[in-house]
Ligand binder design. Sequence first.
Ligand code: FAD
Length: 398
Amino acid sequence: MSANIVVLGAGVSGLTTALLLARDGKHNVTIVAKHMPGDYDIEYASPWAGANYLPVAKPGSPSETYERNTWPELERIARDLPEAGVHFQDTVIYRRAKDAGTDVANWFAELIKEDAWFKDVVPNFRILPKSELPEGMDGATAFTSVCMNTAIYLPWLASQCLKHGAQIRRGVLSHISEAAHLHHSGKRADVVVNCTGLSSLKLGGVEDTALYPARGQIVLVRNDLNVMASVSGTDDGPDEATYLMHRAAGGGCVLGGCLQKDNWESQPDPNLAVRIMKRAIELCPELVPKGKGIEALSVIRHGVGLRPMRHEGIRVEKDRVSGKDGATGLLEFQIPPQVARYASFMFSFIGRGVFYLFIGCVMIGAKWYHIAPGVITAVIGIAYIALEFVPSIEPRRT
Ligand SMILES: Cc1cc2nc3c(=O)[nH]c(=O)nc-3n(C[C@H](O)[C@H](O)[C@H](O)COP(=O)(O)OP(=O)(O)OC[C@H]3O[C@@H](n4cnc5c(N)ncnc54)[C@H](O)[C@@H]3O)c2cc1C
């Protein structure tokens, strides 16, 4: 059963979603986005990411499941697909007791726990003994993670989408309902998957006010150090952070950073850039020749990105919205496996049946004019469910 699907957004979320949908061979996928791999823009977070895998989800939250399920795939890509620009990296996360309670320390809370939920997910998890801790650190966890070179990984995702038949086109939408008209077949899309990141705060028909930016500033340097290291805080301010990530395949080393909530500033702060470089050298002096300082860093670029953060956690759900043109479209906020499942489910007889049955039950009330339409809708639902078990009848796509 195939569906015409428009994925709105070509960041890591949109491209991954589109790839999983296109790769299962069942769906016709069009990716529509204002920014594409190769672009650098404040409205496009993905190219600015380190990007590493550091599980920060609270145990028991839906995000824990996403992060747990993500690792095996990243491990497979790093192991088997060198062309994707992802490599394994030894990773150390240092904890300083005095950082407790700051935004950065809260963000890192799970990473620096000795009994972290992910200790059996990632390879080589261990607690560093005191003898291995640099001065000023009160503890550390270490494990094997991955670091991706986003300048390779994002174009690789896009080319994988093309390889599996997805089409990619530019588009700037002011309302989510417009996406339904942008499928490459020329037909109305059956499903739209919204992967617009922080822009969902303002996108018409979505306007998700739980979203907020967490500004990150980085310095990308040519100096290479084959390690990833982070600290739970700095002495320079509660929203500043120190991390180094060695990107795969000549991607340089990313020095960070900060986590500045509700800060929309797109331009690098030169003073912060100096602090970032100084702190990186303090943490890993081997980054520069002995006795040298930030003058020995060879800067590729300074950058600022806005992390899409959300008070209620990642939004992964389906929705039905009225378009500005009066049309009704189905919206899905999904991470990839759920997208594929919902799309298939909603276009199956059983999916429609359950939907009608539910609506029918909700409609039924005390008066006859509530009972009659409710019962009719519920009966339609039961009929749909029954059709699921008639092998000779295929469900229509819309
Ligand atoms: C400095 C920094 C470091 C980071 N490091 C890491 C890290 O190490 N590991 C990690 O996991 N994460 C990291 N992140 C977070 C990560 O970058 C984001 O979570 C991720 O990139 C979000 O991807 P996305 O696809 O949801 O959004 P985006 O990458 O922002 O993509 C949004 C897409 O939607 C499109 N779009 C938006 N609105 C419209 C519209 N109206 N019409 C058409 N198209 C539209 C855009 O053009 C774009 O294609 C970091 C972020 C920053 C800023």
